[in-house]
Structures are given as C-alpha cells and as structure tokens.
Design a protein around this ligand. Structure first.
Ligand code: NAD
Ligand code: UD1
Length: 338
C-alpha cells in the first residue's frame, strides 16, 4: 500500500484529503502540531472511513520528528498542507509566517532528501497572482504578493522550482487553490476557524446558526455585475481529488509543475449569500460596508492545464457546496467543540 505523509493533515483541507486517500486505499500518516486544528477530527475521519489515520503530533520544523516518521514508514510521497494562512495576522506577525511556512518547508525538504523521498504536492494559493491583469487566470500569469502570507507561498514556490532545476530526482506539483469551501457530505468534518472567520463562507454559515449577527459585505462598488467581489469557490472534496490526481501523475521528467485548482466560474458575494439562503432555508442579514483593504475585484481560474495534465476537473456545483456547508455547520454549530 502506498504511504503518504500528510503534513497539516488535521486541518480543513488536509482532513478531507486524508479521507479521500484512505478511501482509495492509501496509508495516510499525518504530522500536525494542532496549531489550528483539533484532534477530534481523527475520530471523525475514523467514523467516515472505518480506520483512524496514523497521527504524529509535531512541528514540521522539528527535524527529529520528521526523521522518526521517515524512518518508521517507507514514505512514497508527501502532501504539504502545514502552514499558517491568515492574511491579516501575517501582516502583524510576519516572522510567525516566514518561520512556519518557509522554514517549515525547508525543514521538510531537507528531511525528504535525507530519506530519499523526493515527490511532493504543495498547497499553494491563487494569492500568488496578486491583482491579476484580467480573468480567467492562467498559470503563466505574472506572480506577485501583497502581504507576508502571499510572500511565503511565492518563496516556497521559488525554492521548489530551484530544487527541481538543480536535481531532476525532485518531483513537485504546486496546486494553486482558488477559494476552498464546503465540507464532506457526511457533515462530520468541515472548516472550523478559530475566532471570527476571515473568509466569506464560514462567516455566512456562522450568521445562519446565530453565532454572528450579520454579514458585512466588503464593498459594492467593484467593477463586477452587482458591484461585490467575485471569486472562484471550489468544493473541498474536489480539492481532495486534485491531490489524488497529482499523486497519480508524478513521472520521471516531472520537474516542478503548477496547476490552478478552481472551477472556472466566478460568483459574487451576493450570489453566494443567495445560494446559501436557498440551500439552508435561513435568512442571512447583511449590510454593505467599506471595501476590505488588500481585496481585489475579481479572481477566477482557467483550469485547462490541470484537466490536460493531471486529468482533474471540479465536479461539484454551487448547490452541492451550499448543501454540504450547511450540513456541516448545522450539525456542528460550534465546530469540533460540539
Ligand atoms: P488549516 O489551518 O485548517 O490547516 C493547516 C494545518 O497545518 C493545521 O492543522 C495546523 O495545525 C497545521 N500546522 C500549521 N503549522 C504547522 C507546523 N509548523 N507544523 C505542523 N503542522 C502545522 O488550513 P487549510 O485551509 O486546511 O490550508 C491548508 C494549506 O492550504 C495551507 O498551507 C494554506 O496556506 C493553503 N491554502 C489554503 C487556502 C484556504 O482558503 N483554506 C487557500 C489557498 C491555500
Ligand atoms: C482571502 C485572502 C487570500 C487567501 C484566501 C484563502 C485576504 C485579503 N485575502 O481571499 O490571500 O488566499 O482568502 O481562501 O484576506 N467578504 C465579505 N465579507 C466577509 C468576508 C469576505 O464581503 O466577511 C468578501 C471579500 O471582500 C471577497 C469575498 O467575500 O470579495 C471572498 O473573501 P474571502 O473568503 O476572504 O477570500 P479572498 O478575499 O478571495
């Protein structure tokens, strides 16, 4: 059975990917320091798949932890989710981001090299396109970053490209996620942000269960159809499938390849709100507020390359996203703390 090390596997996208891996017969080994996750997720994965994934509580910056894992299991490949992702916090505490994300990735790559394991799927982000000159975005667009979180993703992408250029044994797939949303259809696992959510989808869902009073819509004067921001929202189980496809498509001359992981469709904030209300039967009060600093008007992907090269397309539509989001939130109004 193929063994896959999943760093950050207790987190939102990691846990859904672990379910998909285990259901396809892979042996998933999670390393996570639980900085932004809850060990309860392991029981929930057990309820879905019938087995608990192997779990090592530890930091990817700890070489001893990684050496122990690589020595105990013959790891075939790595999916690297571990990292911090809050844009605002990254501006306040840049070193926390460079240390966790960049130093963590370097520590992981060194351990992989020591143990002759050189296949890695990396969680990158559409944030590396900065403020794109037009949409849809293709992978050859210029890259830039406007905050330390985005910079950390760009730095890691650069490190991976340089390593692959220097040594053809390295095989890297960079998945640039657009906006991950939704939850596993069981309602047992989903996104459980700490504190007040920064992102739209968990914010809407928490208004619907009464944890928050109303949604603040950040700006209605963007050059979009209804004036609110437009994004490419991708179901987290489609994202999980993309990791599976990435693992299946490593090949000897692979080098370092980057793929957009989105649907190719853009939806506005108000369209998202209406779709959620329809799926949940709940009213979600909102008010129009000032633009959020650093926000862009429109972002959505061209996903032709991932279709051609790793045989992946998003299959779940907006109705499915909203249904699964509501199923998770209504069954777990307080996330894993319930
Ligand atoms: P998440 O916070 O739910 O998961 C990340 C996991 O990594 C958490 O369980 C956390 O405890 C763990 N972790 C953090 N630093 C660690 C360290 N140094 N050592 C070990 N474990 C550590 O986030 P997510 O939404 O699942 O995102 C996963 C990855 O995808 C991140 O790298 C993120 O930057 C990237 N990404 C996320 C989004 C998004 O909107 N969710 C979009 C684009 C890219
Ligand atoms: C944000 C990050 C981005 C990161 C991505 C991960 C910022 C500026 N950008 O992107 O770097 O890669 O998350 O998913 O934080 N909105 C509201 N009210 C809210 C929340 C959001 O109106 O309470 C609007 C936003 O203005 C935007 C849309 O909803 O138009 C989506 O916002 P969000 O979910 O935060 O994602 P991004 O801004 O795309």
């Amino acid at each position: 059975m193929k063994k896959v090390l999943v760093t950050g596997g207790a987190g939102y996208i990691g846990s859904h990917t672990v379910v998909t891996l285990m259901e396809r017969g892979y042996h998933a080994i999670i390393v996570d320091n639980l900085d932004n996750s809850n060990a309860e997720v392991l029981n929930r994965i057990n309820s879905i798949v019938g087995t608990k994934p192997d779990f090592i509580e530890g930091d990817v910056r700890d070489a001893d932890v990684l050496d122990r894992v690589f020595s105990s299991y013959e790891i075939d490949g790595v999916i690297h989710f571990a990292g911090l992702k809050a844009v605002g916090e990254s501006v306040e505490k840049p070193m926390r981001y460079y240390s966790n994300n960049v130093e963590g990735s370097i520590s992981l790559l060194k351990a992989m090299d020591r143990h002759d394991c050189r296949k890695l799927v990396f969680s990158s982000s559409s944030t590396v396109y900065g403020d794109p000159v037009r949409v849809p975005i293709t992978e050859d667009f210029p890259l830039s970053a406007t905050n330390p979180y985005g910079q950390s993703k760009l730095m890691i992408e650069t490190i991976l490209r340089d390593l692959a250029n220097a040594n053809s044994q390295w095989q890297f797939t960079l998945l640039r996620y657009f906006n991950p949303v939704g939850a596993h259809a069981s309602g047992l696992i989903g996104e459980d942000p700490n504190g007040i959510p920064n992102n739209l989808m968990p914010y809407i869902a928490q208004v619907a269960v009464g944890r928050l009073n109303k949604l603040n819509v950040f700006g209605d004067d963007y050059p979009t159809e209804d004036g609110t921001g437009v994004r490419d929202y991708i179901h987290v189980m489609d994202l999980a499938d993309a990791h599976m496809q990435a693992l299946l498509h490593f090949k000897p001359d692979h080098g370092c390849r980057a793929y957009n992981i989105g649907t190719g469709n853009g939806y506005s904030v108000l369209q998202m709100l209406q779709a959620f209300e329809k799926a949940s039967g709940k009213d979600v009060p909102y008010s129009i507020e000032a633009r959020r600093s650093g926000d862009i008007a429109e972002s959505y992907a061209n996903c032709e390359l991932s279709k051609q090269e790793i045989d992946w397309v998003a299959r779940r539509d907006l109705d499915q996203i909203m249904k699964d989001q509501w199923n998770w939130q209504s069954n777990n109004p307080n996330g894993y703390k319930d």
